[in-house]
Design a binder for this molecule. Structure first.
Ligand code: SF4
Ligand code: SF4
Length: 257
């Protein structure tokens, strides 16, 4: 977020106290919502696109930029700032955040960020730009995060991460554009991946548990879960998905025809 402090802050824990209350009466109100790098996770995307009544493909096209880090080649998404409005966040209005209930994880975290170790936090707001500390009451880090709905976001993202490929375990960086496109689809483009599952040979090839399959048509989280397992299967092998019996022999025989 804009207003981040360039100086290192003391390391906080969940029990530490902070003073912070963002409110419309502050002169800095919404100033932090411009020219910022906001990474979006898969759950951010499904929440925002539902909020906006868009398909995931439309959301990705209109509101995101895809980054391909040199080290991993694994696609990451950032929110596209509005160049025509002085690089403001596309969702900021005069009354504040217009998608507040569905705002991304990193907006919920501010003025905090994660520290280097599990359970560590940093206070990253710069006192020069962000006046949220002025006149605010003390609150523990844990209560602040709870008040912003952070734990729910982290639960969902953690579940997805546990199912998906571990970037550190990739044998080599992904360089093939087709593979990068498939990763982006399975990670963030739920509607396209759902179509792939329901309308291609996907279910002839892979065994998908009945309870998960029943959720696929309507539940975006189920689609993301299956997408993560599919990526792990493709990128790291292992047993995150099971091939249907006979599929290897049959495909080999078809290949010989
Ligand atoms: S208090 Fe901080 S977070 Fe709130 S509007 Fe002002 S700059 Fe942004
Ligand atoms: S999503 Fe909302 S809170 Fe986050 S930068 Fe945009 S307007 Fe600000």
């Amino acid at each position: 977020m804009k207003g981040e402090n360039p100086e290192p802050s003391p390391v906080l824990t969940r029990e530490s106290s902070i003073r912070f209350q963002c409110r419309p009466s502050l002169p800095c109100f919404t100033k932090c919502c411009r020219d910022v790098t906001i990474f979006l996770g898969p759950y951010d995307v499904v929440r925002l696109r539902r909020r906006l009544g868009m398909t995931s493909g439309e959301f990705l096209r209109h509101y995101t930029i895809t980054l391909l880090p040199e080290a991993s080649g694994f696609p990451l998404l950032i929110l596209r700032m509005d160049e025509k409005r002085d690089k403001k966040c596309p969702f900021v209005g005069p009354g504040g955040c217009t998608v507040y209930e569905d705002r991304p994880w990193s907006c919920r975290m501010f003025p905090l960020d994660k520290g280097e170790r599990e359970g560590q936090y940093l206070f990253v707001a710069s006192k020069d730009l962000c006046l949220g500390e002025d006149g605010a009451e003390e609150i523990s880090v844990a209560d602040y995060l709870l008040s912003q709905g952070v734990p729910h976001y982290e639960e969902v993202e953690e579940r997805l991460r546990a199912l998906g490929p571990e970037p550190g375990m990739l044998r080599e960086p992904i360089r093939n554009p087709r593979l990068q496109h498939m990763c982006r689809m399975a990670m963030y483009d739920v509607d396209t991946f759902r179509r792939l599952v329901m309308e291609s040979r996907f279910l002839e090839i892979f065994y998908v548990e009945r309870d998960l399959l029943e959720r696929i048509p309507t539940d975006d989280i189920a689609v993301l879960e299956l997408g993560q397992r599919w990526l792990r299967f493709g990128l790291q092998e292992g047993e995150s998905l099971r091939l249907r019996e006979g599929i290897l022999g049959r495909d080999a025989a078809e290949g010989r025809k």
